[in-house]
Every structure is written in C-alpha cells, then in structure tokens.
Write a protein that binds this ligand. Structure first.
Ligand code: ATP
Length: 310
C-alpha cells in the first residue's frame, strides 16, 4: 500500500501544480487584460522619469462617449508629492487612476508624466513605473510568499519579510499554519479583507515603483492598524520622494497630503492643503465636519481588529 501510494501522491501533486499554474496564468491574464484599443506607436520609447510629475491637460473621458465622466479636466500632481483625490461616489476618482495606467485612453486632451504624453511611450515601461493598490486585490492560488513576491519576482526572502513588516502583516503571517508557505486564494486559506489589503501593500512595497496609487487601499482595516500602516507608507514615500495618489472616502486617512483635489461633476471643485480647504468653507470643509462627527461616534463603540469599517 505504501509503495503504491507514493507514486499516486506524487502524480497528484504534479497534477495540482499543473492546475495551479494554469489557474495562475488565467489570473495573470485577467489582471493584465489588454484593451485592444490601447496601442503604442511603433518604436515607442520607454518612459523617461525625472521626478514623477503627472499632468492632466483638458482631459475629457467617458466609458461611453455620450456620458463623459471627466470634462475638460486640468490637474497637476507635483513630482515627489502626496496627493489625494476625493469627491462623491462615482465622480471619477478611480477612473483617473485607470487612465494613468492606460487601461483606457482619453477622448480629448492629454496626460503627461514628466512632460511625456503617456500614449507616446511604451506601455510596458509605463506600467512598470506604476504600482497600484486597487480596491480589491486579486490573490493568486499560491503561497503568501509568492503573493507578495509577485511585486518583484527576484526578491530574496528577507526582502519579502521586510515588506510584510512594513505593511503590518508579518506577525499575522507568522501565526498562519505554514507561515509564509501558507496557501491562499480560492483553494487555500481564507483571509480577511484587511489582510488582503496589507498583502497588496506588501506587494507594492516590494515592487518599489516610482509612482504609487492607492485606491481605498486601507478601507477594511481597523483604525489603529490603518493609522500605523499609513504612517509606514508615508515614511517610505518621504524617504524616497515618491509621487503618490490616494483615492479616499475617509478624509481622516488623507488630510496630511501635500495637495487634496476635490472632484465634482467631472472637474476640480477645489484644491489645496487640508488647512486651506477647511478654512475656505467649501465642499471639503463640509465633508470634513460631517465625517469627524461620525468618527467620534464610531470611536466610542470600540471596534474589533480587522472588522470592516463604514
Ligand atoms: P467610488 O468612490 O464609488 O469608488 P469613483 O469616483 O472612483 O467612485 P469611478 O469608479 O471612477 O468612480 O466611476 C465613475 C463613473 O463611471 C461611475 O458612474 C461608474 O459607474 C462608471 N464606470 C466605472 N467603470 C465603468 C466601466 N468599466 N464601464 C462603464 N462605466 C463605468
């Protein structure tokens, strides 16, 4: 029985691995789903980054041309600064990030990174320069370690661990049944939304791209974990003078940004620092007061670690 079971087990694991890699290819393909309309000119040069300044010039875009989401939008994200984009649900915050990644192209106007129209540079170099923590991060059916290492396939295990520490997930991983070798994804261990977000942040820290985009990246974390994670992210951004864009609903997570851009009806309603916007008594100031009230009330009912917040 023993002799027979060994080769069978072996075959089983080969089969599992095969299935695994097929599934991973599927995930990868979905992740990088190519929009056929997105093209690069022949002999496109790689994006040449100097400081990482991003400019939208007169940008008009709608998923359907008859329903524009962004209308003649002008905005500047200064090199090396932390910028937040806020505004009502559906106003086009995530769309700005998708346009920057060239998941779609603008209908009018242009987007420049360090003075280069992103349609003129190679798509590979553009996407390599960008790291995104999306609203919902896909996990591969693989180990925790592989899921983080996807950010940089050549990273040694020490760097994977270092990234996980900075993303405040290392201690949790150590408590998993097989530590960094624990399988996650559909057929692995179920992990919480907050843990998933922190894995995505680890992946980004390991990738270490020049441009970092966070789309509601810490929305599933409890207040304490969120605050310390944001502090760690801030220190990385400052240390390396990276350009970053945060899309957020909860203003408490972005009030320390160098520039806060408030979007409304497809355009910039107001922009400036938190202090300036609060003083100007506009949309931001109203939202801030309303959210502060909610936050104070929420803090009174102490929340459990990892439970999603409203
Ligand atoms: P939220 O704060 O709710 O995440 P948002 O400001 O990030 O919203 P977007 O995701 O940029 O908003 O979406 C802007 C508008 O475009 C919304 O009305 C949305 O329904 C629509 N939209 C988004 N993605 C698509 C798509 N792939 N096809 C068609 N419409 C879309």
């Amino acid at each position: 029985v023993f002799q027979l079971s060994v080769p069978l087990n072996f075959l089983g694991s080969v089969y599992r691995e095969l299935r695994q890699s097929l599934l991973d290819m599927e995930t990868l393909f979905n992740l990088q789903k190519v929009n056929v309309a997105i093209k690069e000119p022949p002999n496109a040069k790689p994006l040449a980054l100097t400081g990482g300044e991003i400019k939208f010039e007169n940008v008009t875009f709608g998923y359907r041309p008859d329903r524009p989401i962004l209308k003649n939008l002008d905005l500047t994200i200064p090199a090396g600064k932390k910028v937040a984009i806020v505004g009502p649900s559906g106003c086009g915050k995530s769309t700005i990030l998708r346009l920057l990644f060239r998941s779609y192209d603008v209908q009018e106007g242009r987007i420049l990174i360090d003075g280069q129209d992103i349609r003129d540079v190679s798509i590979e170099s553009l996407r390599k320069a960008i790291g995104v923590v999306p609203q919902d991060t896909p996990l591969f059916n693989d180990t925790i370690e592989h899921n983080i290492r996807y950010g940089n396939l050549n990273a040694p295990p020490e760097d994977v661990e270092k990234a996980a520490k900075r993303a405040r997930i290392h201690e949790i991983i150590q408590r998993f049944p097989d530590g960094y070798k624990t399988m996650v994804g559909e057929r692995g261990m179920m992990i919480s939304g907050g843990e998933k977000q922190r894995l995505a942040v680890s992946r980004l820290i390991l990738k270490d791209p020049p441009l970092l985009f966070f789309d509601e990246a810490t929305s599933a974390l409890d207040t304490h974990t969120e605050t310390t994670l944001l502090q760690n992210i801030n220190s990385i951004l400052r240390e390396k003078a990276r350009t970053s864009v945060f899309v957020a609903h909860r203003l408490r997570t972005i009030y320390d940004s160098d520039v806060i851009i408030v979007l409304k009806d497809g355009n910039v309603a107001e922009q400036g620092t938190h202090e300036k916007l609060v003083d100007s008594d506009g949309v931001y100031s109203e939202l801030w007061s309303a959210q502060e009230m909610l936050f104070i009330e929420g803090e009174q009912e102490k929340k459990e670690e990892g439970s999603p917040k409203k």
